[in-house]
Ligand binder design. Sequence first.
Ligand code: CA
Length: 233
Amino acid sequence: MSQIVVVEDEPAIAELISINLRHAGHQVTLAATAEAARQEVDAMLPDLVVLDWMLPGQSGLALARFWRANARTRDLPIIMLTARGEEIDKVAGLDAGADDYLTKPFSTQELMARIRAVLRRKLPEALDDVVELAGLRIDPATHRISRGEVDLKMGPTEFRLLHFLMTHPERVHSRAQLLDRVWGDHVFIEERTVDVHVKRLREALSHAQCAGMVETVRGAGYRLTRHATLAPT
Ligand code: CA
């Protein structure tokens, strides 16, 4: 489940999009102006924004540029909507930092497919897809983790940490990055907290002989790897 802000001044279109997003399990916040959208994004830093180009006051294009120029929102996934179908507009939209671009009228199925594609590329931990790595399987929809026949139990923080690591395997994540992406960017917690939860995660994984998948990279952070030598379960 992900948090999505829909920026659209036409109530009928905004309502149609939000009904479909909610039906797909997303949390939706509506904003009818660029100003309202900025406030919502400031308050929650959503997983994705659906952004109409033509808004009263500041345009969606200018708003996309504003978010791209700010460190906190630089990577915010943005799908731009527009009634203008010109190629040059599409180029301008993508240049302003939109991740994808849809011309009105569009089918809601197409919008849903584009949203999933953008999230899968930029924010896979926001999706409920089952992820499997070296036999370790995590299902965010049912909150189950297993390896072979063994079901694993762990706390909610360890679950989110493992889900993030499994959707971004083989990469080294610093403690600060993990705090940002797993704990959220509004919390101020000591980096040492990450070590505590990694330790608990390894303890949970050890019941399925796969604690070795979580590697410590000295001076850099942590990495989940499929290449660890593991005992069979
Ligand atoms: Ca509009």
